[in-house]
Each structure stands twice: as C-alpha cells, then as structure tokens.
Design a protein around this ligand. Structure first.
Ligand SMILES: Cc1cc2nc3c(=O)[nH]c(=O)nc-3n(C[C@H](O)[C@H](O)[C@H](O)COP(=O)(O)OP(=O)(O)OC[C@H]3O[C@@H](n4cnc5c(N)ncnc54)[C@H](O)[C@@H]3O)c2cc1C
Length: 484
C-alpha cells in the first residue's frame, strides 16, 4: 500500500489538538481513501447480508433469545440494541462490574482512569451524546497542544516550535516508512531504519525522535514498531473526525448508564460455547445457560489463550484470523503528590531519559480532575517487563525520573499501577496487527460465524479498532446482524 499521508488514528496519550491538526494536514487523501474503502466494505456487507445465514431465534429451546458474553462497551451496546429490538437478553460477565477496559478508580477521592481516558475523534462520535445522557463530563484537548518537552540527558527543555519540528520530522519518517510498504511484510521498525532522514540522525537526535515514536506508535498500538506489520500499519477505517475529549468525572459512568435495565450476571467466567441445531449452550464450569444465539465480546487476549472452548470448533478462517492479530499492552503508572509542583502551564510533559520508550509521557491530573497526580505510560515489551515489578519499585523508578526532570526532590504519597497484560479478563490492553498479520483478520472476525455465533469488540472490527467507539459500534453491528 502506498501513501503519502500519516497514520491519523487517534493517539492514546498524545491528545493535543496541535498534534491532531499536524497529522490532519495529510488527511484529505486519507479521507477520500477511507470513504472509498468504506463504500466497498458497505457494499460487501450488503452482499454478505443477502447471502449470510439468518439467526432464527423463534422456536429455539432457549431460556433467552441471546446471551451476550462480556459487559464491556461492546457487550452493553449489543445487549441494548437487542433488547430494543424485542429480544430477551442475558449478559454473562466475568468481573463483578460492567465496563471491562473502561475502569475508573476512585480510591483517591477523584476519578482516575485505569483504562480508556479519551473519547477520541469527537465529531460525529456517538459516545459524545451517550456521555451527555450519562452525565459524564469532558474537556476538549487544548487548541495549541500545551506541551513541555524535557530532555533529562542533555539536560534541555524544548520550546513550542522545536517540539513541532520534532513531531513533523517523526511524522515525515513514519510517512516515508509507510510509503515503502508492499511485498513481503516486515516490521514498521525495519522500514523506519531504512528511511534516509532517520539514518542521517545522530544518536542524540535519534533519542528524541524515538520519544516521538513512543508517543505516536507505541501508545497507539500498545506495542513497539519492532512488532507492527508495515503493510497493515495504516490500514483500518477512521469513522469520525475532530479532536479528542478528556473524560473528567469517570468514564465508568457511560457503561453504568448503558447497563441500566439490562439483565447481567456477574462473576461468571464462561469457558465453553456449544452450538447445535436448536440453539447455544453457554457454560461456566458446571453452570449452563441456553439461548438462541450468543454474542461473544471477550477480549482478543482471551480468545488467543483458548480460555473458551467452542463446540464445534471455530471454522479455520476464524482461528487463523485470531492468530493473525495480537494483543498489545499499554499500562499506566499514576503517582500522587501533596501538591502539583509542576504547575498548571502544561497539559502534557514529554520526559526523555536513557530509554526514550520507557516512561516517556506524563499527563497531569491537577487541572482536569483536581488531583495532584501525574499519569505515565508504558507500552509493549517495556510495559510487560515493568508489570513484573512491585508498586514500590515502580514508584521509586517513576519518582526518580520526575525529580530529575523537574529539578526537585519530592516523595509521592501514593501509586496506582495498571497491569493489563496480567488482567485475567483482558490479557492485554488492545489489539494490533503484527508482522505477517492482516486487516482481513478483523473483517473475518466481524462477520457472524453462523446464525448463532457473532463476535463483537475492539479487535473484531476494521473501523476504529482498539478504541471505545470502535468497540461500541462493533457491538451495535453484532446486534444488527442478529436482528436482521
Ligand atoms: C490503558 C488503556 C487505555 C485506553 N485508552 C483509550 C482511550 O483513551 N480512548 C479509547 O477510545 N480507547 C482506549 N482504550 C481502549 C478501550 O478501552 C477498549 O478498546 C474498549 O474499552 C474495549 O471494549 P470491549 O467491549 O471490546 O472489551 P472489554 O471492555 O474488555 O469488555 C469485554 C468484557 O468481557 C469480560 N470477559 C472476559 N473474559 C470473559 C469470560 N470468559 N466470561 C465472561 N466475561 C468475560 C471482561 O471482563 C470484560 O468486561 C484504552 C485501553 C486501555 C487498556
């Protein structure tokens, strides 16, 4: 695939409008391509709809019409639409709460997001009105990307223009790498290493550019460029446009609002799904439920770990598709202090140490949430390695970086650290396409397996994969397929 535009998928942590605008200078061609792609996809969906087997819920020996496995945003969206369509629905959820990878921690008296933080590409995004209905408040990311960049090695602080130049160079290098896609797949890193503008950088310049790659690649895909498929890096559909919204008062408000009036059984970890001529039997240990059809919204990590046995086995195309996608890890370490000694002048800090891919970005919570805390991000292999450390070790490591960057000697008063890679009901943060993988895998998994079995969730969609709204729309599509 040849392109001269940038990957515009929204950044999980670099949410400044400035970066968004910068990336969107390339958007015109991409939008056109996306619209063309979307028309093709819609046309093929329409064709599939006429030939796809229909789900016959009536007459099935079922206790409910549909069982939805998982009460994350995808499962809730599917369940709501199925109920609205007149179906009886039961959700089986492994955790003791709804939301899945939307999880708000309130142990410090203010909302701290352990999973999703932003409603991305807000223009046209259905989550915006859902948030309003749920009483969830948001703040637009600042127009001009209020950012500070601190290189602790030189040491040096970069100004707005110098930061802009770094982003532009990073984007140019990534664009050039994408332009070299095609033929036998290789990693995005292998392509970046061949870009003349990258090769010509000295070690210090490379360190800074790598800190930008960490923000635009590692964060976004929850993995480093070394493992990302070059040929698929820029694939996928962005359904919406516009800047991102920072959720202030608890993202969990959205799934909690959606869950109202739905029937949900908690602490049920499903381990078997058996379809037969008349329905589906879903099991969790010795407990069983019967339904006409099932929507499976468990994260890709759960499917890859074969936690759930399918009977009959999934068709080969589906098992192959599961193998052609991978689960990345993005973790947060959040340190709380007595006071927000970093002030209110910046909305994000880039801090570059010896490894520019570790503890590279810090989001203050004092302005948006009223908490004197800093959120740091780690992705991919770094995140997986850091998950093995204790909270005390992580606190010391992060506090040392912060003290060096700000020239202070402060002791945090608390730490919250996520370990999404070890979360038994997620086994990762969100999906990516690895070298040798394919966007087709997402399309396959988005197609109903048969009249009784449909997948939904962030990994099983080519539109806005790895986002909350992508998962939401995927859940709605699954419900539509069953109601059709
Ligand atoms: C750290 C982090 C930051 C993120 N930041 C953003 C962001 O800013 N913006 C954004 O748009 N997206 C973000 N995302 C991604 C977003 O959170 C996810 O894409 C989305 O929430 C996934 O929703 P889902 O319904 O597909 O899956 P989940 O939310 O994972 O729901 C699946 C449900 O299935 C349950 N389950 C698992 N196994 C079983 C089983 N065997 N039986 C029964 N139930 C089971 C799980 O407990 C879970 O509740 C972030 C994710 C992480 C981890």
């Amino acid at each position: 695939m040849q392109s001269t535009y940038l990957p515009t998928r929204q950044r999980r942590t670099c949410k400044s409008q400035k970066k968004y605008q910068m990336r969107n200078k390339h958007v015109t061609r991409r939008s056109f391509l996306q619209l063309s792609t979307m028309s093709i996809v819609l046309a093929s969906c329409a064709a599939a709809a006429t030939s796809a087997p229909q789900v016959h819920l009536k007459g099935a020996a079922a206790s409910v019409d549909v069982i939805v496995i998982g009460a994350g945003i995808a499962g809730l969206a599917a369940a709501r639409d199925l109920v609205a369509g007149g179906k009886s629905v039961r959700i089986l959820e492994a955790r003791d709460t709804v939301g899945g990878r939307i999880r708000t921690n309130r142990s410090w008296g203010k909302p701290v997001e352990l999973g999703a933080q932003w409603i991305e590409t807000a223009t046209g995004n259905p989550l915006v009105s859902l948030a309003k209905s749920a009483g969830v408040t948001t703040t637009a990311d600042p127009e001009n990307g209020n950012e500070r960049y601190i290189d602790t090695q030189t040491p040096e602080q970069l100004s707005g223009t110098a930061i802009d130049d770094l982003y532009t160079l990073a984007d140019d290098i990534i664009s050039a790498a994408i332009d070299s896609a095609g033929g036998t797949d290789k990693s995005l890193r292998a392509a970046i290493n061949q870009v003349p503008a990258y090769k010509s950088l000295n070690a210090a310049q490379k360190r800074r550019i790598e800190s930008m790659f960490a923000q635009v690649i590692d964060d976004d895909d929850a993995v480093e460029a070394e493992l990302l498929s070059l040929n698929n890096y820029d694939e996928g559909i962005d359904a919406y446009r516009g800047g991102n919204l920072f959720v202030n008062n608890g993202y969990e408000g959205i799934p909690q609002y959606m869950a109202k009036n739905l029937t949900i059984e908690y602490n049920i970890s499903v381990n078997r799904i058996a379809t037969d001529a008349t329905g589906v039997t879903v099991s969790a240990g010795s407990k069983t439920w019967r339904a006409g059809a099932v929507v499976v919204t468990v994260p890709l990590g759960i499917l890859k770990a074969n936690t759930i046995t399918f009977s009959p086995a999934l068709p080969a195309a589906y098992t192959a598709a599961i193998g052609k996608l991978a689960m990345g890890v993005l973790d947060k370490c959040i340190l709380k202090y007595d006071t927000a000694f970093w002030g209110t002048s910046a909305d994000t800090f880039t801090i570059v140490g010896t490894d520019p891919h570790e503890f590279y970005q810090f989001i203050p919570l004092n302005k948006a949430v009223g908490l004197p805390a800093l959120v740091a991000f780690n992705a991919g292999s770094r995140a997986r390695a850091l998950e093995a450390k204790s909270d005390a070790q992580l606190q010391t490591q992060m506090a040392t970086i912060i003290n060096k960057a700000f020239g202070v000697n402060k002791t945090p008063t608390g730490i919250i650290a996520t370990r999404w890679g070890r979360d038994p009901y997620a086994l990762g943060s969100y999906s990516y396409i690895p070298v040798g993988g394919s966007i087709q895998a997402r399309r396959t998994l988005a197609t109903p397996v048969n009249t009784r079995l449909v997948f939904a969730g962030e990994a099983y969609t080519e539109s806005d994969a790895s986002t909350v709204h992508g998962a939401y729309n995927s859940g709605k599509a699954a419900a539509k397929a069953l109601l059709r």
